[in-house]
Design a protein around this ligand. Structure first.
Ligand SMILES: NC(=O)c1ccc[n+]([C@@H]2O[C@H](COP(=O)([O-])OP(=O)(O)OC[C@H]3O[C@@H](n4cnc5c(N)ncnc54)[C@H](OP(=O)(O)O)[C@@H]3O)[C@@H](O)[C@H]2O)c1
Length: 263
């Protein structure tokens, strides 16, 4: 309430739902993604529904100076961020040698590098805000159930999401005593544009959720008296994520590799 939240990947899917819920709770927004028209439409909707002031920043977060430019742009506008939702991300389905090198570079740049640099760049102001207004600001990084086991034919994506989970859980500890809530949300298969972007059918296994349901899981975690370092969306997904740790790696990879092999 009365603070500003920065949401990356706010032009589609989970990012739109994060922005909507944050606006409903009274936050102003910074909306970042490449598709400016989508961001502007969302800004208008949020203003009409909740009186939200949105700053629209169209940008490709894989560009080399993207994060420092974003940081400088917001500083110049006098916008201070209390909540950061690192949501922008994508996956690619296929054998590693069938994926263009540039796409592999962009996937790691967006899912890992931009997320890390954004967290580092905004961490001081997230913590400063949390110290004066404990519990009223958060860092939410979007991981995935893909973080809980390697995924053949989506090897890069699974590895990037394992990074996000590990990175965020470590920061959960570092934030202790500051009042900043930190969590990694791990959605399972969710109906967004993700599948279209990844060009994958077989990997979207398991129960499908809608984006609003997955985002509600993150807010339940943030609203809890003690926010967990990470949270899996959906009871079955949570059981699966915990369960895979007990399955011998070789067997797990054999089942996964056979069930999601490209045709
Ligand atoms: N859907 C699922 O099944 C699922 C499951 C687990 C985790 N996730 C994770 O959830 C997050 C959100 O994905 P989603 O499912 O909502 O997919 P989505 O509908 O495809 O949304 C992805 C968002 O990321 C933005 N984006 C992509 N490349 C970008 C770039 N280079 N620079 C800036 N923004 C960029 C897109 O906006 P523009 O194209 O306009 O730039 C879009 O707003 C991702 O991190 C994804 O890995 C999704």
């Amino acid at each position: 309430m009365g603070t500003t939240a920065l949401v990356t990947g706010a032009s589609s899917g989970l990012g739109v739902e994060f922005a909507r819920e944050l606006a409903r709770r009274g936050a102003d927004l910074v909306l970042v993604a490449r598709r400016q028209d989508r961001l502007e439409q969302l800004a208008v909707q949020l203003a009409e529904s909740y009186g939200t002031v949105s700053t629209v920043i169209p940008m490709d977060l894989t560009a080399s100076d993207a994060v420092s430019e974003l940081r400088a742009d917001l500083a110049e506008r006098g916008v201070r961020v209390a909540t950061l939702v690192n949501n922008a991300g994508f996956g690619t389905f296929g054998r590693l040698d069938g994926i263009a090198e540039q796409r592999v570079h962009d996937e790691v740049s967006l899912n890992v590098l931009a997320l890390t640099e954004l967290t580092r760049a905004f961490w001081p102001e997230l913590v400063a805000h949390a110290r004066t207004s404990p519990g009223n600001g958060a860092l939410v990084n979007i991981s995935s159930t893909a973080a809980y086991q390697p995924i053949p034919f989506m090897a890069v994506y699974g590895a990037t999401k394992a990074y996000v989970r590990s990175f965020t859980e470590a920061l959960w500890w570092e934030a202790k005593g500051t009042g900043l809530k930190v969590t990694a949300l791990a959605p399972g298969a969710t109906d967004t544009e993700f599948r279209q972007v990844a060009a994958n059918d077989p990997v979207m296994v398991g129960p499908h959720q809608d984006a609003a349901t997955a985002v509600a899981t993150a807010f339940r975690a943030l609203d809890a008296r003690s926010t967990p370092p990470s949270v899996v969306s959906g009871a079955l997904n949570a059981v699966g994520a915990r369960g895979v740790g007990f399955v011998p790696r070789r067997s797990l990879l054999t089942v996964l590799g056979r069930s999601i092999a490209p045709s």
